[in-house]
Design a protein around this ligand. Structure first.
Ligand code: PMP
Length: 328
């Protein structure tokens, strides 16, 4: 009888390991239907398949490992973070496995599914208004204040260099291995900037001709900042986890060669196509990234495939207006 778990069946069965050992080493898939006929392939890294359902598992583990190694984080302490939700879920996994308490400060725009997931994982969730960085109510300012007032450890994904570093050491390294060192362009949105800065820096060190491109939601101020050094107007948009009114410290402008602006409508339309046509169960920012990747691939002039990331999973957006009506 066929035993799918027998090593000879080719499923790559490995010895049992802690859930944290399964962060990263995600598959890279070719978008065979959506990108058919373009001059170069479009390849997408399935970060939604991380244990916590997003790319942010990588930085959650890296930031805690780094703080432990530096001796600034001790057993039983409380972690606090400003999060769109995904870093919170990653930190909740790490906190559970390592014995920390966790407080997550989230803007009210973020999906209730993410709040529910965080609460289920044992994190305390503080919801604050969608306020600009200049306001004391902004999620990053509230997290910093809570850390100072209570002696909690601010994991600080927006500034912590361990964020950028883990993408250089793992995400970029995996992409180089999975493409045999051939990448024409890498494109991604920026929330903290960790993905784009870290992957961009490592790829550029290896491949001088590679183009590093920011995919920015229409309404975010980051695209203008990349192009001319001054943030654009701080508008609103529905895609979660990417774009900002002010550039975060972990977004390194010098590694970015260009920008693609993507509307909510284009992003959510592409998520539906990724689900239906490619079987990829991903969230809104994956749509933004893939819209931008397709534009780059179609324009041509690249020395290799366009690579992007699918940052998170669709299951955290089921209650969102943009996902309604998918059953029709
Ligand atoms: N997509 C989603 C859904 C996210 O939550 C995030 C992180 N905020 C990103 C993309 C962007 O990743 P980064 O912080 O590395 O720029």
């Amino acid at each position: 009888m066929h035993d799918p778990l027998h090593p000879a069946a080719g499923f790559g069965v490995t010895a049992p390991a802690n859930v944290l050992d399964h962060i990263g080493r995600t598959p890279l898939v070719r978008l065979e239907r959506i990108a058919a006929g373009l001059p170069v392939p479009v390849l997408a890294k399935c970060e939604h398949l991380n244990p916590g359902g997003s790319i942010k598992d990588r930085i959650a583990l890296a930031i805690v490992d780094d703080a432990q190694a530096r001796g600034v984080l001790h057993a039983g302490m409380t972690l606090v973070e400003a999060t769109a939700g995904n870093t919170g879920v990653g930190l909740a996994l790490v906190a559970a496995a390592r014995g920390y308490a966790l407080v997550c400060v989230m803007p009210e725009k973020m999906s209730t599914d993410k709040r529910t997931a965080l609460a289920a994982l044992g994190a305390k969730v503080v919801v604050v208004p969608n306020a600009p960085l200049a306001s004391p109510d902004n999620f990053r300012n509230v997290a910093r204040r809570l850390a100072e007032e209570n002696g909690w450890f601010l994991t600080d994904q927006f500034c912590n260099p361990a964020n950028v570093r883990i993408h250089e050491q793992t995400t970029a390294e995996e992409i180089l291995q999975q493409t045999h060192g051939r990448v024409g362009a890498f494109v991604a949105g920026a929330g903290t900037g960790g993905t784009l800065s870290g992957v961009g820096r490592r790829l550029k060190a290896q491949l001088p001709a590679v183009r590093i491109v920011l995919a920015d939601p229409l309404g975010s101020a980051l695209a203008d900042w990349v192009e001319n050094g001054t943030p654009g107007p701080d508008g609103s948009y529905q895609v979660e986890g990417i774009g900002a009114g002010q550039p975060p410290q972990n977004l390194h402008r010098e590694v970015i060669d260009g920008v693609e602006r993507v509307s909510d409508e284009e992003s959510f339309g592409m998520v539906r196509r990724l689900v239906r046509e490619e079987g990829l169960l991903v969230g809104g920012s994956a749509g933004t990234n893939v819209v931008a990747a397709l534009r780059l691939a179609a324009r041509g002039g690249l020395d290799g495939p366009v690579v992007t990331v699918l940052p998170d999973s669709w299951d955290r957006y089921r209650a969102k207006p943009w996902m309604q009506g998918w059953d029709s």
